[in-house]
Design a protein around this ligand. Structure first.
Ligand SMILES: *[C@@H]1O[C@H](CO)[C@@H](O)[C@H](O)[C@H]1NC(C)=O
Ligand SMILES: *[C@@H]1O[C@H](CO)[C@@H](O)[C@H](O)[C@H]1NC(C)=O
Ligand SMILES: *[C@@H]1O[C@H](CO)[C@@H](O)[C@H](O)[C@H]1NC(C)=O
Ligand SMILES: *[C@@H]1O[C@H](CO)[C@@H](O)[C@H](O)[C@H]1NC(C)=O
Length: 616
């Protein structure tokens, strides 16, 4: 049985369309979650979803990029776990079906561009931070459903949004301050919205807002009065007003209770200014807001006054500027206030915390990484370590620009690299940017990564894991494809249980089988990235449950044992015979790097020496 499964897996891996078996399984699982799925008769196990025969499956270059299941009478609970397995998915349409219940967790699909759910029976409210996780959305159609509650504020974070259709639902409350320059189509008609229409939306036609009794302000003829504008408004909503009053009353009681019960605790906690960042939603507005308390209540502390005060911290000193420690002024200096004023965008959640992109007033774009989990060291230790990182200068190392330390909050600020990560370039928008990823470029990337690793192993000779988290999402590419290593050196800053969760080196056999990591674990990670770059496949090792992507290790080893190794090379780089020989030579180095037993695995120096010898 296992053998058959493996064979199947193998066959699917070699489909010219490069679909992994998990994607086919995912689609079949998804189909199972539908009621009245007979419209999907064409979805059958022994054919390829990208053959053009599978109803509604849209592929580009052999990657499933869209599910367009429009008007098929489908119902049931959409299996989002299955949808998440489709890594290339960018557009989803379930328009005109019979789905009901709450809006599915499509916010787990971080790279989605179109979400079209018009014409179903979806009901209930949309979670507040729903859109914070899918800021890549360009089209959002939720019209003709039964959604209620307020329109979530996180919709303001969709900076690429072009179409927003919310008409014919039961949305209540005010319209969030949407100010998105790309927005071309907007429809909020026939809901139960109220209050003043945001100025930035007054350029849209009046029928955009028609059928909402409580709305006022341009472009509608109805002028806002204090009464209409207040939270507790118009007669039409008397019922909900009473509800709101009750809720407010209850809310106040709960608040007072919490206030008194936890007063001491609250007093102990310092620096509320950054607490807002603690919620996963970080809208620009909130970032600006949280600046206010810090300057008013002296929440931000002066670094020097806190030096050596690691246990309790003190709450005096109030220059927010000094709370950010500059490490590297190559790109100029800035302070926490500049960051707070910057427009922010959520980039995603990594193992150690979430990352935000911030564009400051002076035009400098930075990535702010919150490292909530990095809390092994007290202030001095952390300072010393950051200073060490700040001194690193190597063409393949991304040196951090600044950091911020408080017991309950650590931020690391580094330069934003516009081209993005190797993960994104290699597996993201396939079809657009891939032409440049030819063999010489890929060799350059691998050699650059190797040099960066060599440098880290030289400057941190005493560390078990000089890098510790090498994987394609932590390698950025400059415009000339010179790689930059990021997210290194965190092992010594992080408690082992957390490191084991968050750092890729702990996913090596060294930890899984032998319960210890060493510099050889970095070699293993290097091996995986070599296989990833040469095969063009997303390694399943990067996903915590091993689902999704391809088991590149098994696949390459199998092909090698059968002397068909050239077949695993990404078809996009395969050209003349002599290059292919060099690719195979490099693949062999990759394979020696992933040798299971760390004792028998080559060391970093040897790996780098061999990688440097490869020619294009
Ligand atoms: C959905 O159904 C409505 C009403 O039947 C129709 O007007 C609309 O064109 C349909 N939308 C799509 C995308 O098929
Ligand atoms: C919103 O819809 C859900 C599901 O239909 C319902 O249970 C809930 O009471 C509604 N909330 C409001 C405020 O109408
Ligand atoms: C909308 O944003 C633009 C720049 O992004 C700004 O100039 C404009 O004042 C904003 N409009 C409103 C009403 O906030
Ligand atoms: C309505 O309220 C908003 C915010 O609560 C305020 O900015 C606006 O000036 C008010 N407009 C009127 C006409 O009262």
């Amino acid at each position: 049985m296992a053998a058959v499964r493996f064979l199947l897996f193998f066959i699917f891996c070699f489909l010219p369309l490069s679909l992994s078996v998990s994607e086919i399984e995912a689609l079949l699982k998804l189909k199972q979650s539908f009621t009245h799925g007979d419209a999907l008769r064409s979805w059958v196990p022994n054919s390829s979803p990208c053959s053009g025969k599978w109803e509604g499956v849209i592929c580009f270059d052999g990657i499933i990029t869209g599910l367009h299941l429009t008007g098929l009478g489908l119902g049931g609970n959409i299996d989002v776990d299955a949808v998440v397995e489709l890594h290339g998915l960018r557009t989803i349409s379930f328009v005109n079906n019979s789905f009901s219940g709450p809006i599915p967790d499509f916010h787990r699909l971080g790279a989605l561009k179109s979400l079209l759910l018009t014409g179903n029976q979806f009901s209930g409210n949309i979670p507040k931070d729903y859109f914070s996780h899918i800021t890549s959305l360009k089209k959002v159609w939720l019209s003709y459903n039964r959604l209620n509650g307020t329109i979530p504020d996180s919709v303001t974070e969709l900076s690429h949004l072009i179409e927003l259709h919310l008409e014919k639902n039961e949305f209540t409350g005010r319209i969030p301050p949407i100010n998105i320059s790309s927005l071309k189509q907007l429809d909020m008609s026939n809901n139960m919205l109220e209050g003043e229409i945001p100025k930035s939306l007054s350029i849209f036609a009046a029928d955009t807002f028609a059928g909402n009794e409580g709305l006022c302000g341009k472009p509608l003829d109805k002028v806002c009065t204090e009464k209409e504008n207040g939270t507790l408004t118009t007669n039409e909503n008397k019922h909900s007003n009473t509800t709101m009053l009750v809720l407010l009353f209850l809310g106040t009681i709960v608040f007072l209770f919490i206030f008194f019960a936890f007063g001491t605790y609250a007093k102990d906690r310092k620096g509320k200014d950054f607490d807002v960042l603690g919620s996963e939603v970080t809208s620009n507005a909130e970032m600006v807001e949280m600046r206010m308390p810090s300057s008013n209540r002296s929440g931000a502390r002066d670094y020097s006054s806190r030096k050596g005060d690691t246990k309790k911290g003190s709450s005096h000193g109030n220059n927010g500027m000094t709370d950010l420690i500059m490490l590297n002024v190559d790109n100029g200096t800035f302070g926490l206030p500049d960051l707070m004023k910057a427009s922010a965008e959520v980039l995603g959640n990594g193992g150690l915390g979430s990352a935000y992109k911030a564009v400051m007033a002076n035009g400098l774009s930075v990535v702010v990484k919150r490292m909530r989990e990095v809390n092994m060291l007290q202030r001095e230790g952390f300072d010393a370590e950051m200073k060490r990182f700040g001194r690193l200068r190597h063409q393949n190392i991304l040196t951090p620009l600044a950091y911020h330390f408080r017991r309950e909050e650590k931020l690391l600020v580094s330069e934003f690299i516009p081209k993005g990560s190797l993960l994104y370039i290699l597996h993201g928008d396939r079809g657009t940017s891939h032409a440049d990823l030819n063999w010489p470029t890929r060799l350059k990337i691998i050699q650059g990564i190797a040099r960066g690793m060599g440098f880290l192993h030289t400057v941190f000779p005493s560390y078990d894991l000089p890098h510790g988290n090498l994987k394609s999402s932590n390698v950025f590419l400059r415009d000339d494809y010179e790689p930059l290593l990021n997210d290194y050196g965190f092992n010594s800053l992080t408690a082992t249980p957390i490191a084991a969760q968050a750092l890729f080196a702990y996913k090596s056999p060294d930890y899984i089988q032998f319960q210890r990591v060493s510099t050889k674990s970095d070699v293993y990670c290097l091996g995986i990235i070599i296989l990833e770059i040469l095969t063009g496949k997303f390694p399943s090792h990067y996903v915590s449950n091993g689902k999704g992507g391809a088991d590149v290790v098994q696949w390459v080893l199998m092909a090698m044992s059968e002397k068909r190794v050239h077949e695993v090379l990404d078809p996009e780089i395969v050209s003349n015979t002599s290059s292919v020989n060099h690719m195979v030579q490099l693949l062999n180095i990759g394979v020696t790097c992933i040798e299971t037993n760390p004792k028998q695995r080559i060391d970093m120096g040897e790996a780098i020496r061999r990688i440097e010898e490869i020619q294009t």
